[in-house]
Write a protein that binds this ligand. Sequence first.
Ligand code: JQ2
Length: 733
Amino acid sequence: MTVTDLDLEACAREPIRVPGAIQPHGALFVLRPHDQVVVQVSANLSDYLKDAVALGKPPSAPFDAVMTALMQWHAGSEAFFQTRLSERNLTLVAHRAGSLIVVEVEPAGSEPLDAVFGRLRSFTQKLSAENDIGRSLSIVTQFIADLTGFDRVLLYRFDGEWNGQVVAESGNGKLPSYLDLRFPSGDIPAQARALYVSNRLRIIPDARYQPVALEPSLNPETGDQLDMSFAQLRSVSPVHLEYMHNMGTGASMSVSIMVDGTLWGLVSCHSVAAHTVPHRLRETCDFAAEALAMRIGALSRAEDAARRVELSQVTSRLLGAMSAEADWLDGLSHEGDLLLEQVSALGACVITPTHLRTFGVTPGGENLRRLVAFLEQRGEDREFFATQSLASLYPAAESFADSASGVLAIRISRLHASWLIWFRPELVRTVNWGGNPHKLVAERGRIHPRKSFDAWRELVRLQSAPWSDAELSAARDLRSAIVGVVLRKAEELAQLSSDLQRSNKELEAFSYSVSHDLRAPFRHIVGFAELLRERENSLDEKSRHYLQTISEAAISAGRLVDDLLSFSQLGRASIVSKPVDMNKLVADVIKSVGLSCRDRTIKWSVSDLPPALGDVTLLRQVWFNLIDNAVKYTKPCPLAEITMTGVTRDDMTIYCVSDNGVGFDMAYVGKLFGVFQRLQRAEDFEGTGIGLALVRRIIERHNGSIEAEGEVDKGACFTFCLPTEKRKGRAIA
Ligand code: JQ2
């Protein structure tokens, strides 16, 4: 057999429906229906029918009964006509080809129908009891191997790209096992697959056959080559015969498995030597393949439904984990294995503009960031992306194909470039020819299964196993769940902060009105106590002491109210920031505080203070309270030392007020700035307990911060920072 390389390349274009010849295991003639004249015959027709049928005239008398039945069939709509020519032990099968009738005869074989039906019954029982697709396939290969006597029967399954994989196998060991091997789509080219959709069975009883020509080669009725799409005897492609030869097979038969209208796979049978199967048994094989197809349809729908349920359970477990944590990402991170299980991936990552968490096998961080940039700049669906060959869309991915040839990505934020991405490795890394018994078979010729396997590897390079529909929709579900969780958490936060704002406002309004309304009565008490003292000279010592106490209590209550009032007003008033000369401010405060403690010896030291930016009245209050405190808590010291310093560092000015007074225990530093919190007994040191809370509030309203440091009996130091112009400018930018 000679087939040129050109033929090999033109293989996909080979006109396999019109070979102009048949295989020699039968004979063929073509009838013109209206006068039943034979218009075309295979050159070997007389080997089968002697002179009963000859070119240019109707079949002779012994054919009368057959012709009557044939013409009746032709008037109807059945696709095939079939009968037995008992005296010659031939099977006759007819079908239409355009306006003509093609009639084929071949030896009938001897298998009794009863025996075939018996086998068929036990086969269908076995098949319908089996709920696993893989085992159903083996039931079929075994049944067909037993029924036909082929040396090896394979189940060849197509993938989404029409590459094939041997998924089940039965045989007697005369031919090597091909189980699990993969073949490129070109091994069964597109035109062959298209033909096998409509004509479900073909047989090559002897791959070394000599084709038998049709005479005349063009049909005189149509002037065309005869369309042999449905002919049993059609001569097959010489390239395929070469392949069979190189595979070490002398005979083959294949039956299409059609599931839901598409070619799912083939039952493919081979024998070392020539081997034939009579028409009746071939029909039985076709029936078995059809039963299998129905079973596959039903089982895969059930499997798909079960898988979807299983995946949705994974989704809800992930959702539970995410909701349980304040940060959903933490929740997700605890369930890394589930996350991978969700879509059967080997790696995953959650990547946001600020965070990256990886699970299982993934590309490195830099590559992930670039991948996100690629995902972000795509025009189409911005929320979902799936591919089994990332490198075909994003060439840079070739460098990390070993971890991420397949990518399934969902965008988990509406605002930010945040993605959850799953990864699958390159498929060829997980499938190997090596270790397979076929390796031992010597290579012969240009086309050979070993070369096919290499071709398949080349074809699927940089590809992962495909993502199934169930997995894709599980990923979409998870995306909605995550977006839901994140949104809910954001809403909860917003609700919380608006609740807080409201109660804060209410509190401020309340304390404002309370302190405002209390002010006047306290003033009245003080005023009337004074009046009473001036008026009543006759008051005894004790009564005067009482009056004095009333007056002092009312004054201190009034101060408390004043402090409360300024504290509550602080939340409402807006801050007017202006440059403030801190040296002047501190000098004023020292002067006014000093007036009330002329009896004390205080050593003041004030360094040159940098100017601040803020509200002069409020900042005066800060210095006043801090200095007043220092004076107060140094009272027990024979020589009080109070020091004020200030520096500008980068974009902050930092001020310090320190003293050598009673200090405090650092364990309680957290309480220092709370309202009504005191670290000393109220009786020992006068004051309202609001001073430091007010200081902190003022500083914070200036976007600054304050800290305290102290040690019991060793003094205290208050340090506050205020942002400078530079910092403010940056905050706006
Ligand atoms: O033998 C048959 O039943 C014909 C259908 C057919 C098969 C099925 C058999 N079979 C297998 O069991 C396996 C796994 C071991 C493979 C790879 C395989 C291949 C296979 N090819 C078939 C048919 C064809 N292949 C045809 C149409 C034949 C016809 O019906 O006329 C053509 C034209 C080719 C062509 C090629 N096959 C090749 O391997 C290569 C390289 C070519 C040329 C591109």
